[in-house]
Design a binder for this molecule. Structure first.
Ligand SMILES: Nc1ncnc2c1ncn2[C@@H]1O[C@H](COP(=O)(O)OP(=O)(O)OP(=O)(O)O)[C@@H](O)[C@H]1O
Ligand SMILES: [Mg+2]
Length: 259
């Protein structure tokens, strides 16, 4: 496994789990590249303790408008394959430092955010995310973890094409479970390895949650408890000091690292 995407309905804990898994992977791998593909939420950098976000990767490519123009031209010229990024040029070393935030062997890049009214849809970011994840060249013991936008639109855009493993997170309520299952099977349809993980679970619900997956050929990775301290510290944009939540997520990481 070189590239893993964390997916699920809004608020299930994708960003928090991305952070905790990155910390775990950073103890194992040489480099962990965290790719923020969420065009709405701007705060992943804060979880990692950075003072500010890295500059949008879209700006490295000349900005969203420039990418949009390229896409329009390709579309008009009826070019079958859109190529925004040159293959062979997408490496961690080829990205200027202002587009990366680094802490030890963890590197954060952010594809792009919607920041202005009427600026247009997030499709250019979707194309860049897909190409970036397909074309990024990783050395041995380097891995990529992707924090995605809520829902399943990114499957429509194909950003999982370059991904090896999809981890679908669900909270213990029906809508959330339905979205995670859909994401799981969309990943499977793309030929990817997929897992489902329940987050924010109180122990009395575990059995009922297992039942919701019965006879559905879904690989359940486990359950993470609901930790009131995680919520409380998130109010200040901080990481909880409680170690148990991290050791639970480490156990999940152990199951998927190296597969
Ligand atoms: N196991 C947990 N116990 C308690 N709170 C949790 C747990 N996991 C995550 N949270 C909290 O849930 C909230 C949502 O988490 P997070 O922002 O990571 O979700 P998300 O899926 O990335 O949301 P979005 O869809 O908006 O990107 C945060 O306040 C976070 O601290
Ligand atoms: Mg998030």
């Amino acid at each position: 496994m070189n590239k893993i995407a964390i997916v699920g309905k809004g608020g299930v804990g994708k960003s928090f789990i991305t952070y905790a898994l990155s910390k775990f992977f950073a103890q194992k791998a040489n480099k962990v590249l965290v790719v923020d593909c969420d065009e709405s939420n701007k705060s992943l950098f804060r979880l990692f303790g950075f003072a500010h976000s890295p500059k949008d990767f879209m700006d490295f490519l000349g900005g969203k408008k420039a990418v949009q123009q390229k896409l329009i031209k390709k579309f008009k010229d009826k070019e079958a394959k859109i190529n925004i990024l040159e293959k062979g040029l997408v490496t961690l070393e080829s990205i200027p430092t202002e587009f990366i935030q680094q802490d030890g062997n963890i590197f954060l890049i952010s594809i792009g955010k919607i920041s202005h009214p009427m600026e247009g849809c997030a499709c250019p970011m979707g194309v860049v995310s897909r190409e970036f994840l397909e074309k990024i060249e990783l050395k041995k013991d380097e891995l990529v973890i992707v924090d995605t936008e809520a829902g399943v639109e990114h499957f429509g855009r194909g950003i999982e094409q370059g991904i090896d493993v999809v981890l679908a997170i669900a909270e213990p309520y029906l809508d959330s479970i339905e979205v995670a299952k859909r994401a799981y099977f969309l990943a499977k349809d793309m030929g990817k390895r997929a897992y489902l993980l329940f987050n924010k679970v109180t122990s009395n619900l575990k059995e009922r949650l297992e039942k919701t997956l019965e006879q559905q050929d879904i690989e359940l990775l486990g359950f993470i408890d609901f930790y009131p301290e995680v919520y409380a510290s998130a109010l200040d944009g901080k990481i909880p000091e409680n170690k148990s939540v991290f050791s639970e997520i480490e156990k999940i990481g152990e199951k998927i690292y190296g597969i």
